[in-house]
Design a protein around this ligand. Structure first.
Ligand SMILES: [Zn+2]
Ligand SMILES: [Zn+2]
Ligand SMILES: [Zn+2]
Length: 339
């Protein structure tokens, strides 16, 4: 993620900001990928601190307009969970627009979201996260860090965050869009296996038996071993994690050896091998930094050669959509400015 600048005073502004310390009230324009002053605000700004500009006829921003159902707001807690979930969604959508996805020049379908809470007026109602035919369901309860950590531990996962949930579910949607191309499907099957294998049976077997002991030799996570669809979603989510680690490090001027810093656009990097190597290097360094504070590792994964090969293919597939990205983006890629 970039570090932005205030249009009024040029000081740094972060993606979540609603204003600048100079007093300017700001909003974010996802098409231009910059903060602006004076634009109409998303109508969810007061409710959930959405800082994007209004785009649709209801006054919603591009991200909020993709949300069809919001949590039952009978409790303040649900509103704050919704707010945190939408923040993670905006982050991931902004990342993906750097590759051209869901921008004005992208004529393809956009995902739809149901952001649901298990805590409803009618009592506790389980919410299963997932993607089905363009519809993504997210359980906003997991925006609560205690609840999320409990589930991470139950499922023996190494990482569980809202950014990861959105990246994973949107990856399923991207696969749907990419599968319109037969060449993609052929290469996908050669690497990930037959995605037409019975999904329900595969998941049942996974939850009954767990991952094979040598899963790490083929998959980036335990869950990725459950079915080719999940392998793709986990792999693509990791490509997004790693690209954003490198991009955020470069945007904040973190330098490691001769690695690029200010002005480097990780989303414009065509060399997936180079990108993964940089990210793994940075990950190792930042894991060590996190340990100084007793925090969890930033990137607690080991990438096997086969998982890496899948990542390289996935990076090629999802970043190729930038072919359709707009001229503003193309210009910015070569701009030496830090934003
Ligand atoms: Zn300012
Ligand atoms: Zn909004
Ligand atoms: Zn999935």
């Amino acid at each position: 993620m970039r570090v932005y600048t205030c249009p009024a005073c040029n000081e740094p502004v972060y993606f979540r900001n609603l204003g600048c310390s100079c007093g300017a009230e700001l909003s974010y324009d996802p098409e231009q990928d910059r903060f602006v002053q004076g634009a109409a605000w998303c109508s969810n700004r007061q409710k959930i601190a959405c800082n994007w500009i209004a785009e649709d006829k209801d006054g919603h921003c591009r991200s909020c307009s993709m949300t069809e159902i919001i949590p039952d707001a009978f409790r303040d807690n649900n509103v704050s969970l919704w707010s945190d979930a939408e923040f993670a969604k905006r982050w991931v959508l902004s990342n993906l627009s750097r590759w051209g996805w869901f921008t004005n020049n992208d004529a393809g379908a956009r995902p739809r979201f149901h952001l649901l809470s298990e805590d409803t007026r009618k009592g506790e109602k389980p919410v299963i996260m997932g993607h089905a035919d363009g519809l993504i369901t997210i359980n906003v309860i997991e925006a609560d860090p205690v609840e999320r950590e409990r589930r991470r531990d139950d499922l023996s996962e190494r990482l569980r965050t809202m950014n990861a949930h959105f990246r994973h579910e949107i990856a399923h949607f991207l696969q749907l869009r990419l599968s319109e191309d037969d060449t993609f499907l052929k290469e996908f099957r050669a690497l990930f296996g037959d995605e037409t294998a019975d999904y329900g049976e595969a998941l049942k077997a996974y939850y009954a038996n767990g991952a094979p002991p040598d899963f790490e030799q083929r998959h980036v996570t335990r869950y990725a071993s459950s079915h080719p669809h999940e392998d793709w979603a986990e792999t693509a989510a990791h490509v997004m994690h790693l690209t954003d680690i490198v991009d955020s490090a470069a945007a904040s001027g973190l330098q490691r050896g001769d690695r690029p810093t200010f002005g480097y656009d990780a989303y414009a990097e065509p060399d997936a091998e180079a990108l993964i190597s940089q990210a793994v290097d940075l990950g190792l360094a930042l894991n060590h930094v996190n340990r100084s504070m007793g925090l969890q590792d930033l990137y607690p994964f080991v990438i096997s050669p086969l998982a890496r090969q899948k990542m390289v293919f996935t990076h090629g597939a999802i970043s190729n959509s930038r072919r359709s990205s707009n001229a503003v983006q193309a210009q910015r890629e070569f701009s030496p400015a830090p934003n």
